[in-house]
Write a protein that binds this ligand. Structure first.
Ligand code: CDP
Length: 229
């Protein structure tokens, strides 16, 4: 990014398995922006705590893990399991953990890697806490049953075999914890565009998201590579 220019920051928040990750990655690709899955930070902290045989509700253990996080921790294969998701949701309710991870997220948004002109961040509190200054905010959601169905399929495709009911219960518990916590609870920013993907395929969600970004952010091109249609 050329010096002095303000980066284009797109915030995508929402509950588990609403389609944020796929959408965020595709918006970033279409517009030539960097992408950060902020859930992977909390998952990496959760995984470290579990591997050390510690309790994810133990604030001292979780804060120490968050302070020793490296970029390599964000790409570890074990991150996507449901046990790790539960641990992530527990460590993420600890205010000091959130504070320890804030600077990394803000730095990524304001100084995107590889000189890119901006970044898309997905998570729970990007539009409300991490980057309230984002030029475009989307709150991506879907019915609990539809989200559980998607997560169940994703887990089965990876060889995990929980029942649909178990996935649904775990997701309801995690959503309730994420929304009820005092530190940066899951909620839509007032200026976010709410996108319900329950009956939408990925391409229609992408079209709507790109329309929101184009109407709210100053992009100096209309369609860099024709990839966003
Ligand atoms: O992929 P999925 O939506 O299931 O979860 P994730 O985005 O990987 O996030 C895992 C957990 O991290 C969530 O349940 C939240 O508790 C927490 N998280 C958070 O608190 N704030 C964020 N910005 C991102 C994730």
């Amino acid at each position: 990014m050329a010096g002095g220019e303000r980066p284009i920051i797109v915030a995508i928040d929402g509950p588990a398995a609403a389609g944020k990750g796929t959408l965020a990655r595709r918006v970033a690709d279409a517009l030539g922006l960097a992408y950060l899955d902020t859930g992977s930070l909390y998952r990496a902290v959760g995984l470290k705590v579990l591997e050390a045989g510690q309790d994810p509700d133990d604030a001292d253990a979780a804060v120490s893990a968050s302070k020793t996080l490296t970029v390599d921790d964000l790409a570890r294969p074990g991150l996507r399991g449901e046990g790790v998701a539960d641990a992530a949701s527990r460590v993420s309710a600890i205010r000091a953990v959130r504070e320890a991870l804030l600077a990394f997220q803000r730095h990524f948004a304001h100084s995107p890697p590889n000189g890119l002109r901006g970044a898309v961040l997905d998570g729970r509190d990007i539009g409300t806490v991490v980057c309230p200054e984002a030029c475009a905010k989307l709150f991506v959601t879907a019915t609990t049953e539809e989200r559980a169905r998607r997560r169940h399929e994703e887990l089965r495709a990876r060889g995990e075999a929980p029942t649909f009911e178990a996935v649904l219960r775990e997701m309801e518990a995690r959503d309730a914890r994420d929304a009820a916590r005092a530190a940066a609870p899951l909620r839509s920013a007032e200026d976010a565009h709410v996108l319900d993907t329950s009956n939408m395929d990925v391409d229609s969600a992408l079209r709507t998201a790109l329309w929101v970004v184009r109407s709210r952010c100053v992009l100096d091109d209309t369609d860099p590579d024709g990839r966003d249609q």
